[in-house]
Design a protein around this ligand. Structure first.
Ligand SMILES: Cc1ncc(C[n+]2csc(CCOP(=O)(O)OP(=O)(O)O)c2C)c(N)n1
Ligand code: SF4
Length: 282
């Protein structure tokens, strides 16, 4: 499968061969092309990312955006959306990045139904820093920081996001590229806070291909309530995939800005400088 096309930059790709990030990269590029059929211009798709192997997608995608800090991509995305609500803003986050360092940003973005899309590359480890356990690693996970196995219960990202107020919640698998593309398209078109938990094998520190290839399946329908969504998304012996929940609710920027676009309506640089001079009496 070729990853070289007009949506790919000329940055050297340093992901390990076989990394699940390639599937997410391919699905996302297909989604951008698919979105054009719905009238979404490429120039209106804005990206941001945290720091980690997942974050390198920012360097590889030929789209505009702002490269954020570890755990801060969701806060950055909210700022971008408030700055110009005409844009479709997507934050790529890692499971360590979003469920650890950046958890409070994620919860509050869901709570206020910020109209952004969060794509979580869930490899169950801190990949870039060589395999420490994250808040979603299963109990018993062995890595450099937990050589005898993690003694902690993992967080359930789907439940957390639904409880916090997310209005679109789904799970994909990086090896199911066609289905992942469709989930991305629906999530980005959804008006409100969209969260996609993407199962992403890390071949170097948590190779879950065999587990997911054998044990993932797609659910038939979207749940009618949050409780039902949590129930159908629950991981037991199998890993359910698909869109678990969708709801239409007022979105943050419309409640806050009441139709204003700060980017288009902000005064020119000269006018702003003049105002500052007047305020500072200089
Ligand atoms: C504030 C801060 N803390 C820690 C780090 C070090 N750091 C860089 S990447 C990373 C882990 C990334 O793991 P994850 O978010 O799961 O992404 P992955 O590499 O697995 O894609 C850490 C801890 C940092 N860059 N900034
Ligand atoms: S360390 Fe893991 S997540 Fe990072 S590029 Fe390699 S396989 Fe992918």
């Amino acid at each position: 499968m070729s990853v070289r096309d007009e949506l790919t930059t000329y940055e050297e790709n340093t992901w390990c061969p076989g990394c699940g990030n390639f599937g997410i990269f391919t699905a996302f590029k297909s989604a951008v092309k698919e979105l054009e059929k719905f009238g979404v211009k490429r120039s209106h798709v804005l990206i941001t990312a945290g720091i980690g192997c997942h974050g390198k997608i920012f360097d590889y995608l030929n789209l505009s955006g702002f490269y954020s800090l570890h755990g801060r991509a969701v806060a950055t995305a909210q700022g971008m959306k408030l700055g110009n609500p005409d844009l479709y803003v997507i934050a790529f986050v890692g499971d360590g990045d979003a469920m650890g360092e950046g958890l409070e940003h994620l919860l509050f973005a869901a709570k206020r139904n910020a109209d952004i899309t969060v794509i979580m590359h869930n490899n169950g480890v801190y990949g870039l820093t060589t395999g420490q356990f994250t808040p979603v690693s299963p109990r018993g996970f062995k890595g450099p920081s937990t050589p005898f196995g993690s003694v902690e219960e993992p967080l359930n990202p789907i439940k957390l996001m639904l409880d916090a107020g997310a209005t679109f919640v789904a799970r994909g698998y990086s090896a199911k590229i066609k289905e992942l593309t469709n989930i991305f398209v629906e999530a980005i078109l959804h008006k409100g806070f969209s969260f996609i938990d993407v199962l992403q094998p890390c071949v170097s520190f948590n190779d879950t291909y065999e587990l997911y290839n054998k044990n993932t399946y797609f659910v038939d329908s979207v749940a009618k309530s949050k409780e039902e969504a949590i129930e159908i998304s629950n991981i037991g012996d199998k890993f359910p995939l698909g869109i678990f929940y969708k709801e239409i609710k007022p979105v943050h920027h419309e409640l806050l800005l009441e139709g204003k676009n700060l980017f288009r309506e902000s005064p020119s640089k000269d006018v702003r400088l003049q105002k500052i001079r007047e305020l500072l009496k200089i």
